[in-house]
Ligand binder design. Structure first.
Ligand SMILES: [Zn+2]
Length: 175
């Protein structure tokens, strides 16, 4: 299972820079612990705050290690966190929906895309899941009308994981 960061695993804050603004819904800890026994976890995230000059790469890395350690204290292990620090204008291959970061993770960790889920909160995340051959799960934070075929959705990660644990996900056909 691969997760988006902001608005999915952690509370959405535009360009999260202050570590004090880092907030995680405690209800997801037991859910993730259960799922972590079955699935390996990773994070793939766009962090254009770097490219826009709002944050340095090391500052984002510091926030990311904090996130990993908060989950670690809850016995939830993330194998990797991969970020793209570019802006859309950079036209790089690693910014979602580009698949470069997933391709890298696939090689490093032997991930089977068709058996993997990508959970995110934007249409770009759904597109990224499709581009990568993963099954998209959607945190519909902004109650967007979606026409894309997704295997599971909910208003926040807690409800998405709740449905997932109840086996209420439809495994969509990936073209
Ligand atoms: Zn990039």
């Amino acid at each position: 299972m691969i997760f988006d960061r902001d608005g999915t695993l952690i509370k959405y804050v535009p360009y999260l820079i202050n570590i004090e603004d880092l907030e995680i819904d405690q209800r997801i800890f037991p859910q993730l612990r259960k799922l972590n026994r079955i699935y390996k976890f990773g994070i793939i995230s766009n962090q254009s705050a770097i490219g826009r000059g709002f944050a340095t790469e090391s500052h984002v890395a510091e926030i990311n290690s904090k996130i990993i350690s908060i989950f670690g204290e809850q016995d939830i292990r993330f194998e990797f966190i991969k970020i793209c620090g570019h802006t859309p204008e950079d036209k790089c291959k690693c910014r979602k929906p580009g698949t470069a970061l997933f391709d890298e993770a696939k090689k490093e960790f032997g991930i089977l895309a068709s058996e993997s889920y990508y959970i995110g909160d934007s249409l770009i995340d759904i597109e990224f899941a499709y581009n990568s051959g993963m099954k998209p799960a959607f945190v519909n934070r902004e109650e967007i009308n979606i026409t894309e075929d997704i295997c599971i959705s909910g208003e926040n990660l807690y409800t998405v994981l709740e449905s997932f644990l109840k086996g209420k996900h439809a495994d969509t056909r990936i073209n």
